[in-house]
Design a binder for this molecule. Structure first.
Ligand code: SAJ
Length: 411
């Protein structure tokens, strides 16, 4: 069997579940992360991120001896790089984590090894990674210069799992495999077949890079369409939720849901990677980003307008997470809106977030975390920012006492 020892570099939301799933298939997995705290937590059989069931899988993998974490890369047969690819101030992709990761594994590479870039990346990043590896190891040959005869195989295999369903989707989703050569692709398929039950579909590295960006841009553009409709309907005094429900009765129309903006770590980022490579051509994709990014400010304007009716308005924000029924507050438009409101209305903002026990430390002073009933009793204005299940069942009578601004159309 090929690839018995696998190194996963970057033990975050993608890397850790991937490492744990390989380990659950009895592969020897060496996890690498620069974060000492993450490494120690994992080696105790615990996890430092939130994802359903991941704690059990990691615990079993560590206890049974298949998964071990370290800050210093060690030799392995296959390396998976799953580090962040954020963008810089100007929306240009920041490949510095990929650069650091590839330079850190270069010293332990040997003939026959496979290196896979899993991080969502702009087109050309896999070739760039291979160039960094080749520069660090002139004694080895790479596909960009030696094609099928190369010592090292290189591929891009983007993850496409939905936060909250990562363990299931890792196994069941189809996987796009973009080798720098056909043999690189074959090698990567052999690796993923250890746990992937979906199809492993082969293409080249550039298409695989673009495919991942396309998936998330498709969703962003479609959400932007819904968000733009909500802005238009506000002007025309039409209920956008009813409008979308009616339009979606057409057999070939399926409009997504408007909201307070697009959050998360992927959909609000990845389209910019297309825009940065082809700024002249990617007009729709750029505009969609701008429409979605404009939503938080529009919500704030609406709250300000309603709040002006009160002398000392008390505002309750319902939901802080970046989407329903999760506790992930990173890159969340709901959190951004709540924070800005608390600056505009000092000591007047409450937050209801049933999925967390404590507010992030930097918000504890300016915002109070309360439960649903408390918020309904104390507030003059209720701003619904996330359609968590707990908010769908709120008694309409209790709401009728307040001014409600519902960005998700559930009240
Ligand atoms: N949203 C709306 N309206 C909708 C749907 C979503 O406003 O109708 C908002 C959500 O509230 C959230 C944001 O969009 O703020 C993104 O949420 P999401 O559920 O669409 O996606 P993510 O970011 O959790 O995961 C996406 C997924 N990509 C696609 O569905 C094309 C996932 O499969 C990817 O693996 C993931 O990005 C990633 O890691 O790239």
């Amino acid at each position: 069997m090929p690839y018995q020892t696998i190194s996963v570099v970057g033990l975050g939301y993608i890397g850790l579940p991937t490492a744990a799933v390989f380990a659950s298939r009895k592969k020897k997995v060496i996890g690498v992360d620069v974060n000492q705290h993450a490494v120690e937590t994992i080696n105790r059989g615990e996890i430092h991120i939130v994802e359903p069931d991941l704690d059990m899988v990691v615990h079993a993998a560590v206890v049974e001896g298949y998964l071990r974490a370290t800050t210093v890369p060690e030799p392995a047969e296959a390396f998976l790089i799953a580090v962040p690819t954020p963008f810089k101030e100007n929306h240009e992709p920041d490949l510095s984590y990929i650069e650091t990761a590839s330079k850190s594994i270069a010293p332990v590479l040997k003939k026959g090894d496979l290196v896979i870039l899993e991080s969502t990346s702009p087109v050309g990043a896999t070739e760039q990674m291979a160039a960094w590896l080749a520069e660090a190891r002139p004694d080895l040959t790479f596909p960009q210069t030696h094609g099928e005869a190369s010592d090292i195989r290189v591929a891009h295999c983007p993850e496409r799992v939905l936060p909250g369903h990562v363990l299931r989707e890792l196994v069941q989703n189809d996987r796009v495999i973009g080798g720098m050569t056909p043999k690189c692709s074959e090698a990567a398929v052999a690796l993923y077949k250890a746990f992937v039950e979906g199809d492993c579909v082969i293409t080249n590295a550039r298409t695989a890079e673009m495919c991942k960006l396309t998936e998330n841009s498709f969703r962003d553009v479609n959400i932007a369409f819904a968000n733009e409709l909500s802005i238009i309907c506000d002007k025309l005094d039409i209920n956008v939720w009813e409008l979308i429900r009616l339009a979606n009765r057409h057999p070939r129309v399926n409009i997504l849901q408007p909201g307070p903006g697009v959050g998360g770590h992927c959909i609000a980022v990845d389209p910019w990677f297309i825009v940065s490579k082809t700024p002249e051509q990617a007009r729709l994709i750029r505009t969609a980003r701008e429409v979605n990014d404009s939503k938080p400010e529009l919500v704030i304007e609406k709250v300000k307008a309603e709040a002006s009716r009160f002398k000392n308005p008390r505002i309750a924000c319902f939901g802080l997470a970046f989407k329903p029924d999760i506790d992930d507050l990173r890159e969340s438009p709901a959190l951004e809106i709540t924070k800005k409101l608390s600056q505009l209305f000092p000591d007047a903002v409450m937050a209801v977030e049933p999925n967390i026990e404590k507010l992030p430390r930097n918000l504890e002073k300016q915002i109070s975390l309360v439960d649903v009933n408390n918020a309904l009793e104390k507030a003059d204005l209720a701003v619904l920012l996330v359609d968590h299940k707990e908010f769908k069942t709120i008694n309409k009578e209790k709401l009728s006492r307040l001014i409600a601004i519902d960005t998700k159309g559930i009240w």
